[in-house]
Design a protein around this ligand. Structure first.
Ligand code: 57M
Length: 359
């Protein structure tokens, strides 16, 4: 919205001229979404804590001892994150491109599935069934995939990091591929969100890396120079990526150890879908695997644990999955596990950006 203000007023008030630039609007997105999450969280925490006490709080059974005292920590803080992301994108992204609206729909759709589960958990301690949750994600991701394919006419090729000209056209299968990316990413973030601050920083570093790559992919000169696939309007996605960084910083203010608030499935599913969409719309789906490597490792630890447990009828590879609980049961303090995983996610983000040159 402010983009047009810049266009209209640029000849009258020079200051508004900067609103036309993606870099300026991206920096504004960090600041705006940070301030929204920082300002709204205290009142939100008070409201949800009262609700928590009314319903008796939530903590999974079979949980490491350290978690039982987290029973009354308010969850669903992801509502504030999603609100700040949507506000920042409506205010700072261009509204005349499909990317803005398809991103908004997808994030809201996955967040809604998460919210329904969170609210059900509050009341019946179990949440909605895994089948219902998966069905909701399939419906939302299917609609998003159809919008990408038939409205935005997305390029159905996938491009490979490190290779200049290697690409693979998926054709109609790209619709299924889009659904897989969205569902896998949102569930991987969901699984990772099991320690204070553990999911939000990798989400920020992944969003930052994908935001930088989106900016380059949307700039015909830079894309040509770096020989990456040019994607029209991808630069606007950098604004959304930076909004995730800002909202993440505001949320981390309260979610860092000892957490005063959890993001809930509304946050983890919504953020995961946002990261998936960032990668899809900038045609960097495979770079997401590198940048979001922490989420990949966490999800793989669960897949390995459950598969080996079933095949061997009881053997465990890890003391507990996801892998952050394995470290916890090994006696590593929670804050140390979290900061070490942050370090890995920062290094992965730097390496992902470096792949722009490594080709
Ligand atoms: C997401 N949710 C946390 C909070 C957060 C198949 C199986 C691996 C599934 C997995 C699972 O249930 N994952 C769901 C993890 C929960 O966090 C809530 O959920 C939201 C995110 N979805 O925002 O609202 C608990 O995590 C802790 N937490 C923090 N700080 C945070 O900032 O301490 C969360 C955020 C919170 C709080 O205690 O209550 C969760 O784990 O439920 N299951 C598991 O992860 C369980 N692993 C397991 O069962 N492993 C088995 C098999 C199935 C792989 C095994 O290893 O044999 C572990 N979950 C927990 N404790 N909490 C078991 C131990």
């Amino acid at each position: 919205m402010l983009y047009w203000l810049g266009l209209v007023l640029k000849n009258h008030i020079f200051l508004f001229n900067v609103l036309r630039y993606i870099t300026f609007r991206a920096l504004m997105a960090v600041i705006l979404s940070f301030l929204i999450t920082l300002a709204l969280s205290p009142i939100f925490m008070r409201k949800v804590t009262a609700l928590n006490r009314l319903y008796g709080g939530y903590v999974r059974e079979d949980t490491p001892e350290a978690h039982s005292k987290k029973k009354f920590v308010p969850s669903m803080g992801g509502l504030i994150i999603i609100l700040s992301l949507e506000l920042a994108s409506i205010l700072l992204m261009r509204l005349d491109i499909a990317q803005t609206w398809i991103m908004a729909f997808t994030v809201l759709g996955f967040a809604a599935v998460g919210f329904i589960d969170d609210f059900a958990k509050l009341k019946n301690k179990k949440g909605i069934s895994a089948k219902a949750k998966m069905l909701g994600q399939i419906v939302v991701s299917f609609i998003s995939a159809l919008l990408l394919y038939f409205v935005m006419h997305i390029d159905t090729h996938i491009y490979f990091p490190f290779f200049k000209s290697l690409k693979l056209d998926l054709g109609y299968f790209y619709i299924v591929f889009t659904m897989l990316v969205l569902i896998a990413t949102s569930n991987a973030v969901n699984l990772t969100d099991g320690l204070d601050g553990l999911a939000i920083v990798p989400a920020m570093t992944t969003a930052f890396a994908l935001g930088i790559i989106s900016y380059v992919a949307g700039n015909s000169i830079l894309a040509k120079y770096l020989e990456i696939h040019y994607v029209e309007n991808a630069g606007e996605l950098a604004i959304f990526g930076m909004a995730i960084v800002g909202a993440g910083l505001g949320f981390l203010w309260f979610n860092s150890f000892p957490a005063q608030m959890f993001m809930g499935d509304v946050g983890s599913l919504g953020l995961g879908a946002a990261l998936g969409m960032l990668a899809i719309m900038s045609k960097q789906e495979l770079s997401l695997i590198i940048a979001g490597g922490v989420f990949v490792i966490e999800a793989l630890s669960v897949i390995i644990q459950v598969s080996v447990f079933k095949i061997t009828k009881g053997k465990r590879v890890f003391k507990m999955a996801p892998i952050h609980h394995h470290f916890e049961l090994n006696g590593t303090p929670e804050p140390k596990i979290v900061v070490r995983i942050w370090i890995v996610s920062i290094l992965l983000a730097i390496f992902t950006i470096a792949t722009l040159k490594l080709r």
